[in-house]
Write a protein that binds this ligand. Structure first.
Ligand SMILES: Cc1cc2nc3c(=O)[nH]c(=O)nc-3n(C[C@H](O)[C@H](O)[C@H](O)COP(=O)(O)OP(=O)(O)OC[C@H]3O[C@@H](n4cnc5c(N)ncnc54)[C@H](O)[C@@H]3O)c2cc1C
Length: 381
C-alpha cells in the first residue's frame, strides 16, 4: 500500500508527544494525530505542573525509567530552548511503616538513591508548613525530585518532533484503526492514513480504539488554595513537591507557589480512584461541585493549616487505572503492527520521556533501555 508514514502515533498527550519526538529524532518517518491541540485541558496532561520523583514508591522497577526520563527531560529542555523542569527536591511523608515512606525508602535502597530521613522536629525546622506531623511520622527528603511543566512539556515535545520531520494532524479524531495484512489503516473523518505500525497513546480514550483492554478511566479534580497569612512558608523552595500519608485518611500531594504572583498552592488527594468515579472520557463532566474538594478541605485544616478553607481554583483531569496500577507498554499478543502506551495509573507524567523512548525502541524492534517486563500489556490475559 502507499504509505503516509512508517509509523503513526495516535494521541499526543504526555506519552504520545514524547513517543513522536523520540521516533522523529531517530529519523523514523512518523506522523502524529491528536483530536484536540497539544497542551489541551481535556485529558490527563494539563494543570500547569506535575511532580517528578526518582525513588518511585509505586514500583522499584520504575526507578531506572525515572532516572532515564530526567536525562531526557533535560535533552528536551535543550532542544526546545526553554526550562521545563524545576529541581526543587521533594518530601515523602507519613507513618514510618506506611506505603509512602516505606515504598520510597525501598526504591531508594534498591537503586542507591541518596535520600535523607527527617523526624518531625527536623521537618518542622526546615519546612514550617509541615510542622504538625504526628509522633511516629517521618519525612524522606529526595533531592532529585522536582516539578515538570505540564502543558508546555507536551507542546515542546511536539514542536521538537516536527523539527525532526514528524507530520502532525491536530483537531483530528481517529475513529478506527484497521490492522490489515501489510500494515495499519488509521481512519479519520477527513481521510484514511496508511502506515506500517501504529502507536496508541490515547490515554483515557484507549479502549475506544482497542476494545477489551483492562483500563478504567476515572475523573480526578486538581485544587489550588491560597495562604491566609504569610505566604513565604508556602513558596516552592519551602514547600517543595510532596506526598503525605495521613494514616486512615489516605494521602495528600502538592507543592507550593512558584510564579511570584498568585501565591496559589496546588494540592490533591492521592489515589483518588478510591473515591472518584469511573467515566466515559467523552462525557467526563468538567463542571465542578463541592464534592470535588470537600474531602480534601476536611483533611487540610489539620494537616496543612494556614490555607484558605475553600479552593481558589478547581479543575478536573483524568487518570486511567489498570488492575495493578502499572502501565501497559508493548505489543499486545506480539502484534507487529500495534504498540500500546496506555494505562497511566496516575503517576505517569514523570516517566513520559522515558516511555516515549521505550515506545520508539519497541517500534524499532529493539530491547528497551530500562527493563519493563512489569508493564507487559498481556500480563492480565
Ligand atoms: C490530577 C492528576 C495529577 C497527576 N499528578 C501527577 C504527578 O504529579 N506526577 C506524575 O508523574 N503523574 C501525575 N499524573 C499522571 C499523569 O498526568 C498521566 O500519567 C499522564 O498525563 C498520562 O498522559 P497520557 O499521554 O497517557 O494521556 P493524555 O494526556 O490523556 O493523552 C492522550 C491523548 O490522546 C488524545 N486522543 C484520545 N483519543 C484520540 C483519538 N481517537 N484520536 C486522536 N487523539 C486522541 C487525547 O486528546 C489526548 O491528548 C497526574 C494525573 C492527574 C489526573
Amino acid at each position: 500500500m502507499n504509505l503516509d508514514a512508517d509509523v503513526a502515533v495516535i494521541g499526543l498527550g504526555a506519552w504520545g508527544s514524547a513517543a513522536l519526538w523520540q521516533l522523529a529524532a531517530r529519523g523514523v518517518s512518523v506522523l502524529g494525530v491528536e483530536q484536540f491541540q497539544p497542551g489541551h485541558a481535556h485529558g490527563s496532561s494539563h494543570g500547569t505542573t506535575r511532580m517528578f520523583r526518582t525513588a518511585c514508591l509505586e514500583h522499584t522497577g520504575l526507578v531506572p525509567l525515572a532516572q532515564r526520563s530526567l536525562t531526557l527531560w533535560h535533552e528536551l529542555e535543550n532542544a526546545a530552548g526553554r526550562p521545563l523542569f524545576d529541581p526543587t527536591g521533594g518530601l515523602l511523608m507519613g507513618p514510618a511503616d506506611g506505603h509512602v515512606v516505606s515504598g520510597t525508602i525501598d526504591a531508594a535502597r534498591t537503586h542507591g538513591i541518596p535520600v535523607e530521613v527527617l523526624d518531625n522536629t527536623a521537618l518542622a525546622q526546615r519546612f514550617p508548613a509541615h510542622a504538625n506531623l504526628p509522633a511516629g511520622h517521618v519525612g524522606v527528603w529526595e533531592p532529585t525530585a522536582g516539578l515538570l511543566a505540564a502543558e508546555d512539556t507536551v507542546r515542546a515535545a511536539v514542536e521538537v518532533a516536527q523539527r525532526f520531520g514528524a507530520k502532525v494532524f491536530t483537531g483530528t479524531r481517529v475513529t478506527e484503526i484497521d490492522l490489515v495484512a501489510d500494515g495499519v489503516v488509521v481512519r479519520t473523518p477527513a481521510r484514511d492514513l496508511r502506515v506500517r505500525q501504529v502507536v496508541v497513546t490515547t490515554g483515557p480514550w484507549a479502549t475506544k480504539l482497542v476494545p477489551g483492554l483492562p483500563l478504567d478511566p476515572v475523573r480526578m479534580p486538581m485544587t489550588w488554595f491560597r495562604p491566609t497569612g504569610d505566604a513565604e512558608p508556602f513558596a516552592l523552595k519551602n514547600f517543595p513537591v510532596f506526598i503525605r500519608e495521613l494514616g486512615h485518611d489516605g494521602a495528600i500531594w502538592g507543592h507550593g507557589w512558584s510564579d511570584g504572583e498568585t501565591h496559589d498552592v496546588k494540592l490533591g488527594l492521592e489515589d483518588g480512584g478510591r473515591d472518584f468515579r469511573s467515566i466515559d472520557p467523552d462525557h467526563a463532566g468538567h463542571a465542578v461541585t463541592p464534592g470535588d474538594w470537600s474531602k480534601l478541605t476536611g483533611l487540610l485544616t489539620d494537616a496543612v493549616p494556614g490555607l484558605t478553607t475553600l479552593p481558589t481554583s478547581v479543575t478536573t483531569c483524568m487518570v486511567t487505572r489498570t488492575p495493578d496500577k502499572q502501565f501497559l507498554l508493548g505489543r499486545p499478543g506480539g502484534d507487529r503492527r500495534l504498540v500500546l502506551g496506555v494505562g497511566c495509573g496516575g503517576h505517569g507524567f514523570k516517566h513520559a520521556s522515558g516511555i516515549g523512548e521505550a515506545l520508539a525502541d519497541i517500534v524499532l524492534g529493539r530491547d528497551t533501555r530500562c527493563p519493563l517486563t512489569f508493564t507487559d500489556p498481556d500480563r492480565f490475559r
